[in-house]
Each structure stands twice: as structure tokens, then as C-alpha cells.
Design a protein around this ligand. Structure first.
Ligand SMILES: NC(=O)c1ccc[n+]([C@@H]2O[C@H](COP(=O)([O-])OP(=O)(O)OC[C@H]3O[C@@H](n4cnc5c(N)ncnc54)[C@H](OP(=O)(O)O)[C@@H]3O)[C@@H](O)[C@H]2O)c1
Length: 244
């Protein structure tokens, strides 16, 4: 799809991949709306990137999601692209009783929120001549890392959801993309790093962004990026290597 002239809602735009998409899409001449839980970050971004529109929203909260969709559609009726990006990555040892609050919050953020937001926007997007839903999954959708089992399962669910959604929207103008990042150097999982400024490792965000933007521009609807391609192709045959 063309990468200019849209009105784009990005969930989780306060850091990492979401913020990189926000800046890039704004530079390319799109109206960009981002959301996140951290008001302070949103304020900083509004000040440093004039024109990016922000809204506090906890996508793990169904009322917040409904309010967000209503607010965006009422105030920015031109909205024609939804990027389901917000995500958290938690460790879980399922050999012991888990803290269900954490599990629920991870599933709600990574999976239920995209399901709900998609359903809240789909009819509106279908009225546009050019529209898209872009789901951010992960290479770990295809091969799990066993110490983060719930995270990987939510990403496998996003992959499956995207296939079904693409089929459900096949007779509408809405293109449905899945971008599957490899490990990218963002704040993901920083809550479990002793030194918060420590790198996550993985691909530089700008390298990820370049390949992801090319996939969007070229209508590559399913786009594993960089090392995630190998995981997509080889699937669970990579499990032992990934978990060694
Ligand atoms: N980095 C990687 O290696 C990697 C690999 C594969 C897939 N991904 C996926 O890429 C997406 C973006 O992650 P990232 O790597 O850019 O991590 P990040 O830097 O930690 O960014 C995550 C974003 O999600 C937002 N978020 C988290 N929980 C939220 C909630 N309940 N409500 C609203 N916003 C929420 C955060 O904002 P607030 O904290 O302000 O709410 C932040 O803007 C995620 O879906 C992640 O699973 C990342």
C-alpha cells in the first residue's frame, strides 16, 4: 500500500517499534495517533515530534479500548490504518503455580486487545477506499522460547488471528498485514533487566523499520523480518536450537 496520506492509529507508540513507526509515518506525510499508558512519554513525544497525536490508553482495559476507538473515530474520522503493536513480554515458569494476574494481563495486552480493537475499527475501515490493519506478531509465533511460554503463545495466536481476519475482510478494501519482528533492540522486557538502560540486543530498530516499511509498501501481507524468516520457514524444527 502507499505509505503516505493515511490517518494511522498505532497502539504502544511510546517506545521501540511503535515509536519508530510513528516517526517514520509522520515524516512520510501521514496523520499519526499513538497511545500508551505513560502520559509523561506521550507528552515528551508530542513536544519533540510536533503533529503526532497522543492519547493515554491501557489496551489491557476493555473500557479504555472502547473509549480509544470512539475518540479516534469521532475526532479523526479519516482513520484508515490500525497498527496493533502494543505488547509486553513476561517470563513464566509453568512448573509452579503462576500469578494469574500477570498471565491475564499479558494475554489481554498482546491478544485480546488486537481482537477487540480490530472489531471496533473494522466497519469504519471498510468504508475507506484504502485501509489496513497491521498486526505485529513475532518470529516467536513460529518457534517458542520455552521460558516465555505465554508470550510466544499470544504471538502464535496473533499469526492465526491474522489469517482468519484477512479472510473475513477479503471482500473489503482493508488489507491485513502481519509483521513478524525478530529480536529488535527496544525496551521489551526491560522490567526484568537490572540495568534499565541495558540493551535488549537484537536488530537495531532502524534496520527493522527499513525492512518492515518495504514490506508494507510492497503489499507483502505476511512479512517475517530478517532472522524471523528462518523461524517462519523452518518452524518447530528450530525449537531445539532456539532453546539450547
Ligand atoms: N523487540 C523485540 O525483540 C520484538 C520481537 C518480536 C515482536 N515484538 C513485538 O513488537 C511490539 C512492540 O514491542 P517493542 O519491542 O517495541 O517493545 P517496547 O519498546 O517495550 O514497546 C512496547 C509498547 O507497548 C506499549 N504497551 C505495553 N503495554 C501496554 C498497554 N497495556 N496499553 C497500552 N500500551 C501498552 C508500551 O507503552 P507504555 O509502556 O507507555 O504503555 C510501549 O509503547 C510488541 O507487540 C512486541 O511483542 C518485539
Amino acid at each position: 500500500m502507499k505509505t503516505t496520506g493515511h490517518t494511522i492509529l498505532i497502539t504502544g507508540g511510546t517506545s521501540g517499534i511503535g515509536l519508530a513507526f510513528a516517526k517514520e509515518f509522520q515524516l512520510l506525510g501521514n496523520t499519526v495517533i499513538i497511545c500508551g499508558r505513560r502520559q509523561s512519554r506521550l507528552t515528551e513525544i508530542e513536544q519533540s515530534h510536533r503533529g503526532i497525536i497522543t492519547r493515554v490508553c491501557d489496551v489491557a482495559d476493555s473500557k479504555d479500548r472502547e473509549d480509544l476507538a470512539h475518540w479516534v473515530i469521532s475526532n479523526y474520522p479519516g482513520v484508515n490504518v490500525l497498527i496493533n503493536n502494543a505488547g509486553v513480554q513476561l517470563l513464566a515458569d509453568l512448573t509452579k503455580p503462576v500469578d494469574l494476574t500477570r498471565v491475564n494481563s499479558e494475554v489481554e495486552t498482546n491478544f485480546i486487545a488486537p481482537v477487540h480493537l480490530t472489531s471496533l475499527f473494522a466497519q469504519h475501515l471498510s468504508t475507506k477506499t484504502d485501509a489496513a490493519i497491521i498486526n505485529i506478531s513475532s518470529g516467536l509465533a513460529f518457534v517458542p522460547i520455552a521460558f516465555m511460554p505465554v508470550y510466544c503463545a499470544t504471538k502464535a495466536a496473533i499469526h492465526s488471528l491474522t489469517l482468519s481476519l484477512r479472510y473475513q475482510l477479503r471482500n473489503t478494501p482493508v488489507k491485513v498485514f502481519e509483521i513478524a519482528p525478530p529480536a529488535v533492540d527496544t525496551e521489551l522486557g526491560s522490567d526484568r533487566r537490572a540495568d534499565k538502560s541495558q540493551s535488549h540486543g537484537g536488530l537495531a530498530v532502524q534496520e527493522f523499520l527499513k525492512e518492515a516499511m518495504e514490506a508494507i509498501a510492497n503489499d507483502t501481507l505476511e512479512a517475517p523480518i530478517a532472522g524471523a524468516k528462518n523461524l517462519r520457514e523452518k518452524g518447530e524444527a528450530m525449537f531445539a536450537i532456539m532453546n539450547s
